[in-house]
Structures are given as C-alpha cells and as structure tokens.
Design a protein around this ligand. Structure first.
Ligand SMILES: [Cu+2]
Length: 593
C-alpha cells in the first residue's frame, strides 16, 4: 500500500513537474484520492507530458472509448485509434519506431480502491508494451531504468507519452503485437479491445514462394462485457466496474455483487472486476465476432456458447496462402487445427524456422497450440478437392472455464486449379544464437500456482502467485547480467499443490529457447516469448540477456491473473559483479604500487 502511495505521489509529482495545474496532493493522501473525478465526463484538461526534443511520432496510438455494434448489441469498448483491433503497425529491423500514446479515456472513479496494487484499479490509466520485440525495457519510468524503485509507467487521462523504440538490426522478421501493460488495468483494457498487430518486414517476405502467396492476418481478441450501469446510456453493454464491485462467478443471480471490501453493493451492480468470467463475451477475428459466450448462473464454469458467422478466405485448389495468427485473447489457450490440410509452420512468436515445419492434419489433434499472446505464421496449400475447410480452435479443458470448439474462419476452396509451391528453405534468423549448456551461469525455478480462497488477496478472492508471492512493483527478486545465459524452469504444480489450471509464461526484452516441455525436447529449435505451461508440468527454457539493461517483468499472460498478482520484476544489470571484484583488486594494486 505504501508503494502504491508512492506511485501516485510520483504521478502527481510528474504532473507538477510539467508545470500546470495538476491536482494537488502529497504522499499522505489517500492513494486514490486524486482520481475521484466523476466518471463518464469529458477528460479533465490535465497537462500533456512535456515532449522529448526532436521526437517525431511515426504513429500515434489514441486510447479512447468507442461505441460499436457487435452481433446486434450496441456496446461501449476501449480502442486504439477507433479501430478493433488497433492499427496493424508495419516496420523493419534496425529502425527507431517512434510511438506516441495518447490517453483520451475519461477519468474513472477509483475512490473505493484501498491501494492494494493486486486489486484491479485505475482503469483510466494506461501505458504500452511492444510484445515480442527485443527492445529496451519500457514498462518502468524512465525507459530502460535500472533503478529498482522505479515506478511503472502510468499515463493518466489527458496525458500522452512518447516511446522511441530502437529495434535491433537483427530483430527477426515476423508477427508481434502491442497492448497496454499498466498493472491493475491491463486485463480490463485489453479485453475491451486495446490490442493490435505489429509486423517486422524482412528477408522471409522475399522468399519467392512466400512473396507469391496472399498474406492473411488473423488477429484474435476477446471482448468481455457486462450490462451497463449507466442510467441513460445509448449502449447496452460495457466493461466498467462501478463501486469497484467484484463479479461473482458463482452467484445465484446477477444482482449478487460485492465491493472490493467484500460488502454487498448498494444498489446491486451488474458488472465488476473479474478473474476471467464475463456476463457476455465475444471472440473476434480482425474485429468481427465469430463466437459468443453468455454467463450461465446455473452452470457458472460452462458459459452458454454460440458459434457466429466466421470470415471466409477463398483459395483456388493448389493455391498457397500465408496465415499469420495472433492469440490476443485475455485468457484463452487455443489448440489450432486447419481441417483437411497440412499446416506448414513458418514461425512462432515472430521467429521463423530454417525450413517450413509440416504439421500433418490429424482428426481431433491440434497442429499448433497458441497460448494467450502466442503467434503462429504458416502456409496452407489448398486441397485439390473443392469445399469448405474450417480453421478451428479445438475444445480444451486445461482452464477454469470450459473452452468449447470454435470456428475461427473458413477456407473455401473453389475455382481454377493451380500448383503453387511451398518453399524448402527459409532465411536463417540470427538474433538468438543457440545456447550451449556450458554458457549457463545460473539455473532458477519459478512456480506458478493458485490458491482458492485467497489469503494474500482476499479482495479478489484468489491468490495467483509466482514462487508463493503476489506482484510487488518495487521488489526485484531476480537479478541477471548482460551477456550471460540462464536456464529457467517454469513449473505449474499438480492440483494438490496449487496447480489449479495451466498458465502461459511470458518474459519481456529477450526471447527464450525451449529446452523441454513436460520433459520432452522439441523436435525443432523453438524461440518464443510466451509458452503455455500445463497443470502438473514443467517447461525448461534458456535465455541470453543481450543488448538491453533495465528493470523489467515476466508474468502469466492470462491477463486477470497478471493484474491480480502473477507477475514478478527482474533486473538486467550491465556487468557481472565478478568484473567489479577484479577491478577493485586492480585499483587497490595501483594504490599500493
Ligand atoms: Cu495464469
């Protein structure tokens, strides 16, 4: 709580430094007091952040409310630049990508929030994460800071922030993405629509067989909604917890909700903070709903499911097309299958293989598993047999809520046959050289577990922990050193020891190489930034901390888990202390000499 006070104090200090009429406050103030502005009014004219000299934004991302119609429902969502998903950013390795993030969300009432950072809060504050790029740490202020006490970047309504992202020249070409990462509001903002694709163009695009193929992006998102509490709203659903209510998944009816202090809300609220369940949820592909889930009070963990009309991709028999799929969903793990077709996997998480990796079609088996945040890029050579073939998310039971099968899109094969080719070789990627066992300087283990009912987080009601800890913005339990390699084991225990469901592990700054999943070595070299860790299994990864130093994070990419505690800081320091030690001896020697 003290830390959060400090964070708000720092936010106030930053406002004052900008030299305008920022709300007055001090560290003794109630942490949330300066956010008591009435909700749903126009953003107060707070000072904009002082511009960095010579900063010319290449792209400006404006976070703003948007009213749109989904499946006949008029809903209010949060969006970047008024589009869902946000604009697809195309850039290249070796460039500096200047992004300005403008927060045009309205001030939001967080007055009942007691200051516990692992209770969702400050839904109107935001920041930006470029997910999958090997860029400098950019979650804490200032960018790339090694100060362990540095606060997380928090852009208030009416403010903006400039991000000069320096993309390394050896960044692999492929699909990455961006989304908000302000602890406490990440889940609400991302599951309201704030996410978009970011593609690095490069050598793989020039492979003749790939260049000849149509390039289809499949940006998958979920939109979590509740009935609005606004009396005169011109929309029926939104995700805007009033009175800081907690959504009761196991409630007997929709009027049962409690405040973050555990008291019944007066009047009853129809929406509230959630750890993954919603009154109404849409699964979207490129901004169009393909599946609907409605909460059921009778069977709370099995929402009423309905397939909607998926988009259709037309292909000629024998045509090759490139598909790039991003799982930008807040919590759903997706086993993917393309009906009747071999999937030629080109890349995972924006890192391509040396050759396309053919994944044969087998009935009821996935060809690739996309944890939340994973990307898969693949080629499909359309069947000689005309017809409709579904791109499916197969049913899985690895999570808290039931995950029935969904049709994401349909490939319709028709027309004049052709005979396009699958390439044999792909341009080798260079940034992540293989890590030899003798390079490993340290091995660590991180256990991702849950506890219900929550003891450390009674407000949320569940503890989502890493090594039995909830997130602490100002604690740095792990320090690593530049140009060293480490081997980490990520474990989700069995159900007797807190393994309630699988968790996707994600780390910022450097990608990792997968050594083994549940004891099995992958048949191909896999470089990823996110990996699904199933209940009662361990995944072993190796990382080289390259180029960038600073305070950063790793976490579960189920966003409600992350927001309520399943995250830890780590620090990349420039040199190993051994070097300091040697230098000390040398300087003493000089002194004595
Ligand atoms: Cu999790």
């Amino acid at each position: 709580m003290k830390n959060v006070s400090r964070r708000n104090f720092m936010a106030l200090a930053a406002g004052a430094a900008a030299g305008a009429a920022a709300p007055k406050g001090n560290a003794q103030q109630h942490p949330a007091e300066h956010h008591m502005s009435k909700p749903m009014e126009e953003a107060a004219p707070l000072p904009l952040q002082a511009n960095e000299e010579h900063f010319v934004p290449e792209i400006t991302l404006e976070a703003k409310w948007k009213i749109m119609t989904i499946d006949g429902h008029k809903v209010k969502v949060r969006a970047y630049n008024d589009t869902i998903p946000g604009p697809l950013i195309k850039t290249k390795a070796g460039k500096t990508l200047n992004i300005r993030v403008k927060n045009l969300l309205t001030p939001y009432d967080s007055k009942d929030w007691g200051g516990d950072m692992n209770v969702p809060h400050l839904l109107d504050h935001t920041n930006l994460h470029l997910h999958g790029l090997d860029v400098a740490p950019h979650i804490f202020e200032p960018l790339g800071t090694c100060d362990v006490t540095a606060a997380m970047i928090s852009i208030a309504p009416g403010e903006y922030k400039d991000y000069p992202f320096v993309i390394p020249p050896d960044q692999s070409p492929g699909l990455n993405w961006y989304h908000p990462h302000a602890h406490g509001s990440t889940a609400v903002q991302a599951v309201s629509g704030m996410a978009g694709g970011l593609v690095i163009l490069g050598a793989i695009d020039e492979v003749p067989e790939i260049k000849a193929a149509k390039d289809h992006y499949l940006v998958l998102q979920d939109i979590g909604l509740f009935k609005t509490d606004e009396p005169h709203a011109d929309y029926s659903e939104s995700y805007e917890p009033k009175q800081n209510a907690i959504w009761q998944t196991f409630a007997k009816n929709s009027s049962e909700s409690v405040t973050i202090d555990g008291q019944p809300t007066k009047p009853p609220q129809s929406c509230g903070f959630t750890t993954g369940d919603y009154h109404l949820r849409y699964y979207m592909v490129n901004g169009n709903p393909y599946f609907r889930e409605e909460h059921s009070f009778e069977t709370p963990t099995s929402p009423k499911a309905k397939q909607l009309t998926p988009p259709v991709f037309k292909m000629r028999p024998g045509e090759v097309a490139r598909f790039r799929m991003l799982n930008g969903c807040s919590d759903l793990m997706m086993p993917i299958q393309v009906e009747g077709h071999t999937m030629y996997l080109l890349a995972m998480d924006g890192n391509n293989f040396d050759h396309p990796w053919p994944k044969e079609y087998v009935n009821n088996a996935s060809q690739v598993v996309l944890a939340p945040a994973n990307r898969a890029e693949f080629l499909i050579k359309a069947s000689e047999k005309p017809g409709k073939y579904q791109i499916l998310q197969l049913a899985q039971n690895a999570q808290f809520l039931e995950a029935p099968q969904k049709t994401i899109a349909v490939i319709e094969v028709e027309g004049e046959p052709t005979d396009m080719k699958i390439p044999h070789d792909l341009p080798p990627i260079t940034r992540d050289a293989p890590i030899r066992p003798d390079e490993i300087v340290r091995k660590r283990k991180f256990i991702f577990s849950g506890r219900f009912p929550g003891e450390k987080n009674p407000v949320v009601g569940i503890d989502f922990m890493i090594n039995n800890q909830l997130y602490d913005e100002f604690a740095v339990p792990t320090t690593v050193y530049l140009n060293t390699c480490e081997e980490w084991t990520i474990e989700v225990p069995d159900s007797a020891r807190g393994g309630t469901e699988g968790h996707p592990f994600h780390i910022h700054v450097n990608d990792f190489e997968i050594v083994s999943v549940a004891g099995i070595e992958p048949p191909h070299r896999l470089i990823q930034d996110t990996i699904w860790v199933a209940q009662d299994t361990a995944t072993v990864i190796r990382m080289r901390f390259k180029e960038w130093t600073g305070k950063s994070v790793f976490h579960c990419h189920i966003l409600p888990h992350e927001d309520t505690g399943m995250m830890q800081n780590f620090l990349i320091l420039p040199e190993h202390p051994k070097h300091h030690h040697q230098r000390t001896i040398e300087s003493l020697g000089e002194k004595n000499g």
